[in-house]
Ligand binder design. Structure first.
Ligand SMILES: [Zn+2]
Ligand SMILES: [Zn+2]
Length: 147
């Protein structure tokens, strides 16, 4: 986890990645990326639209969604397999998640050992592994805590 990313540095990195992929550098892409780079979290397109609405008043949900998909393809964010709305992790490095079926919370887990086991099990079945993630689901500690 990398809590503080200097925005200018984030801009430079994104510009390089967009140009390398032959994509246009737009003010919207830069602004959304800067918002994402502020902290490690798991965003939905709706959530990012809310965060960005003061800075980008004319922004529409489909644009946010396609920008997040673009960033996921570039490896800037990572799509997280979780029930419900598509989530994007601002930390693209491999790590696993716990999902709460009641409140929808998505919580990071340190499970590199089980990820290696899942990978090995797939390879033992003759499959070629491109990536491995472990998603644990249930009720989160907040939901279980007495009110
Ligand atoms: Zn919960
Ligand atoms: Zn995460």
């Amino acid at each position: 986890m990398d809590p503080v990313t200097i925005p200018a540095e984030a801009d430079t990195r994104l510009v390089g990645q967009l140009r390398a992929a032959g994509l246009r550098v737009t003010p919207q892409r830069l602004a959304l990326h800067r918002i994402l780079a502020q902290s490690h979290r798991h965003v939905t397109a709706e959530g990012l639209l809310r965060e960005a609405s003061s800075e980008l008043p004319g922004l529409a949900l489909p644009t946010v969604y396609s920008t997040l998909e673009l960033f996921a393809d570039l490896g800037v964010v990572r799509r997280v397999a979780a029930p419900g709305a598509a989530r994007y992790d601002t930390d693209p490095s491999p790590h696993d998640h716990f999902t709460c079926s009641r409140c929808g919370a998505l919580i990071d887990l340190d499970t590199s050992a089980s990820r290696a086991a899942a990978r090995k099990a797939a390879e033992a079945g003759g499959h070629r592994v491109d990536s491995a993630t472990v998603v644990v689901s249930g009720h989160c500690a907040t939901c279980l805590a007495p009110a």
